[in-house]
Design a protein around this ligand. Sequence first.
Ligand SMILES: Cc1cc2nc3c(=O)[nH]c(=O)nc-3n(C[C@H](O)[C@H](O)[C@H](O)COP(=O)(O)OP(=O)(O)OC[C@H]3O[C@@H](n4cnc5c(N)ncnc54)[C@H](O)[C@@H]3O)c2cc1C
Length: 414
Amino acid sequence: MSSDFEVVVVGAGSAGIAAARRLYEASIRCLVVEARPRLGGRAWTWTDPSGFALDLGCGWLHSADRNPWVRVAEDQGATIDKSPPAWMRPPLALSFPHADYADYRKALAEFYARLEEAAQSETDSAASTLLDPACRWNGLINAMSTYISGAELDRVSLKDLDRYHSTDVNWRVVEGYGAIISGYGAKLPVMLDCPVSAIDHSGKRLRIETAKGAIAADRVIVTVPSAILAAERIRFAPALPKKTQAARGLPLGHDDKLFMSLDRAEEFEKGVRVFGHTDRAATAGYHLRPFGRPMIEAYFGGALASELEGAGEGAFFNFAVAELVGVFGSNFAHRVKAIQIHHWGSDPFALGSYSFALPGYADCRQVLAEPIDDRLFFAGEACSKHDFSTAHGGFLTGVAAADRVLEVRRNQAK
Ligand SMILES: Cc1cc2nc3c(=O)[nH]c(=O)nc-3n(C[C@H](O)[C@H](O)[C@H](O)COP(=O)(O)OP(=O)(O)OC[C@H]3O[C@@H](n4cnc5c(N)ncnc54)[C@H](O)[C@@H]3O)c2cc1C
């Protein structure tokens, strides 16, 4: 393969693939350089032995009525499931009596109303400052924060949290979100298994150091996760301290999904949600019979996910079984078996799950997205002001970066 390109895209996740598709369709000589042996990044569909497509990373087409991946999925002939998500319906009453659930929903709505109001102020603070100390649902509101942001509210900027835009339309794709995203990159020129270690932008042309040798390019679009930039896994010469600082203000929160098989699953309503506990942050959410499958999808976030990753083999499963036994009784332990999990926190090419902003760092998203010298461009979910933490946020920032490359090119040709 040649080692000279007009544009190199670093990273083949949703942002990198969307950026490269745009450039490829504009007939730009580009190459995608990806550290992993596969496309998709944090979008990853794994097929289990019974043939079910399990999304170990993103699974929900959030803001589906304006999510560009929906069109891609439709073009690929995929099956879109538009049934309302479990979290928008009441959970199983056994784990959360309906009256309590209504009380909790009210407290949650009040928390978000305070968030909206506080976000108007000049100063930013931790979202935890908006908890009502007298509210009995603070533990569970914090658990929600670990699912939404991958971190407890005391680590999360209230301004950034408020800037997230959701249309509250959430769909899924039976064949897997990850499969749709990697499928969109299938025809692109990609170098896999090829981590980039340095980008030298001191000379007339860029020099991109990779595990498979150096590549020369006129421009680069860097789409690696913010945690990779914060850890300086890619060295820039000259250094980019403003970018590194911005990335450090946008760490990746931590969320992992455990898939388990479930015997006699028909006993439960399709797609119902169960809470492990309702009085604490360190609890997992359980989605029973997702897509009607005989399975449970367990979602762990924040400090709990980090702790369980550190606790070694079987820790997630043991935790889940203990919580489920607490809800359904001891016989339940015989009905579940672990199928698959991916540890995103210790994944060397992610270092976490999705970005949130630390208190006072909400504006870092724009700093991270800003191009340098019309040669270094940046994309990825962490660069999105309103759609951060999502696969469609990645797509939109990727296309925006590619469009800026095309614009710069046009201006230079004049
Ligand atoms: C458990 C979990 C659940 C999620 N659920 C949802 C959901 O339901 N809906 C949703 O919209 N989003 C969800 N997300 C978030 C979503 O997956 C991400 O926001 C999105 O995939 C990020 O895309 P990206 O292109 O910005 O980054 P990535 O997908 O991380 O892409 C960056 C790429 O860069 C590569 N890379 C890293 N370092 C190097 C290097 N040195 N050289 C070359 N390449 C490198 C990586 O391998 C990766 O492929 C979830 C994520 C997780 C982990």
